[in-house]
Design a protein around this ligand. Structure first.
Ligand code: PMP
Length: 430
């Protein structure tokens, strides 16, 4: 480890030495020592079109020679205006206003501020949110507050604001059917909103797939009912699509796939295809209007040095073009995952195989059930590296979430490698 770098998650005794990456192309990463690996998880779910895509690189290069950065208070520019227009057109109604920021946590933070202040501006103090067990929304204080209390936020728990958590209606919840699970969760939500709705600013959810919480998946039907409940109890619905946005669930956005429009939508990660930190929070005209007034205090006071950075906007615009180009790939990946998973479904180490769009996941049956960085996840990471695969299980959950440019032969290579690793591991751990 470099003596002057504070690497994330590396102070634990069990942490692995970071590997030095020299270059990347498509789905492949190359280490300094020449070892090559397939990036099976799109490097924390951001490299949607593969690494170093020449179209995005070129767009950034062109923009860098024209306007690289300008204060976004009192000034505007073409890349921001074009991006807002294209995003709003693609997202469809009711989305009409785009607020720019720099990363997923901040997109969520802005969404929370919008929801909270929306009510303040109407003379209502609603200081609670509803969120879901197992959720991860980022590392800033607001985002940690709506995230499930976990290893990431435990030490800061005294500083987090008030949030009520309800179970996430995973389609794999004990012996109950999906319908029974959903009905139970919806009744908890309804009760909370019925009794305390005048204090609840909004409901925050990762739609269809809960990412860091273990790639847990819920059905579109649940989100449709959640939408109806939020509406009838007059609270705001916020979708954190930081991970699920831009093709991940097999449609452009999870809200499209589910056929549900939230009031506020948070996007980041895939938006620049892995090139630049960038994010947007998108809302309806109705929400925007609650902030548009002669009274200065009604404005949303939030702005970053790099808000709407022109290079980020240029990368995101090129990314939107690539989304159209790669649409057949992200739409067909679900079937490809299913076909490959067939070889693992009877493996004794595997249970609860699941797929939503480009995301495949499975739970591993091990003696050691808990812990984000448990022995099994570290073993798998190391054995995968030796086989030329970048895998990073979430505790006992092994998932595959590759860039859309992956070839069928490369996808097959990932699954074959996983099969071999699990068989080897079964002897020692499972
Ligand atoms: N929301 C979700 C659903 C995420 O998966 C993440 C990142 N894993 C975040 C928010 C935070 O994004 P960032 O790491 O860019 O701050």
């Amino acid at each position: 480890m470099h003596p002057h770098i504070w690497y994330p998650f590396t102070q634990a005794k069990t942490a692995l030495e970071p590997l030095k990456v020299k270059s990347a192309q498509g789905v492949w990463l190359e280490l300094e020592n020449g070892h090559k690996m397939i990036d099976c998880i799109s490097s924390w779910w951001v490299n949607t079109y593969g690494h170093c895509h020449p179209k995005i690189a070129e767009a950034i290069y062109q923009q860098a020679q024209q306007l690289e950065q300008v204060i976004f208070a009192g000034f505007t520019h073409d890349p921001a205006e074009q991006l807002a227009e294209k995003l709003v057109a693609k997202l469809g109604a009711p989305f009409n206003r785009v607020f720019f920021s720099d990363n997923g946590s901040t997109a969520v933070e802005v969404g929370l501020k919008m929801a909270y202040q929306y009510w303040v501006n109407q003379g209502q103090a609603r200081s609670t949110f509803l969120a879901f067990d197992g959720a991860y929304h980022g590392d800033t204080f607001g985002a940690m507050s709506v995230g499930a209390r976990s290893l990431f936020s435990a030490v800061f728990s005294n500083l987090l604001f008030n949030v009520e958590f309800v179970p996430f209606p995973s389609t794999y919840w004990g012996d109950r059917t999906a319908e029974e699970t959903e009905a139970k969760v919806l009744s908890i939500l309804e009760k909370a909103l019925d009794e305390r709705g005048d204090r609840i600013a909004g409901v925050m959810i990762e739609p269809l797939v809960q990412g860091a919480g273990g790639m847990r998946m819920c059905r579109p039907q649940f989100l449709q009912k959640l939408r109806a409940i939020a509406q009838s109890f007059n609270t705001l619905l916020i979708f954190d699509e930081v991970m699920t946005g831009f093709g991940r669930t097999g449609d452009w956005f999870a809200c499209h796939k589910a056929g549900v429009s939230p009031d506020i939508l948070c996007l980041s990660k895939g938006i620049t295809g892995g090139f630049l930190p960038f994010a947007v929070t998108v809302c309806s005209e109705e929400i925007y209007h609650a902030f548009y007034d002669d009274e200065p205090l009604k404005t949303l006071y939030h702005g970053h040095s790099y808000t709407a950075n022109p290079l980020g906007c240029a990368a995101a615009l090129a990314g939107l073009e690539l989304m159209t180009e790669y649409e057949p790939q992200f739409r067909s990946m679900e079937a490809k995952h299913h076909a490959q998973l067939a070889q693992l479904k009877d493996h004794p180490a595997v249970e609860k195989l699941r797929v939503t769009g480009t995301i495949a996941a499975m739970d591993l049956v091990t003696q050691e059930r808990s812990g984000y960085l448990n022995t099994i996840s570290l073993e798998i990471r190391q054995r995968a590296i030796a086989k030329g695969l970048l895998l990073r299980p979430l505790g006992n959950v092994l998932y595959i979430l590759p860039p859309y440019c992956i070839r069928d032969t490369e996808l097959a290579q990932i699954y074959q490698g996983i099969g071999e690793i699990l068989t080897d591991l079964s002897k020692d751990f499972l």
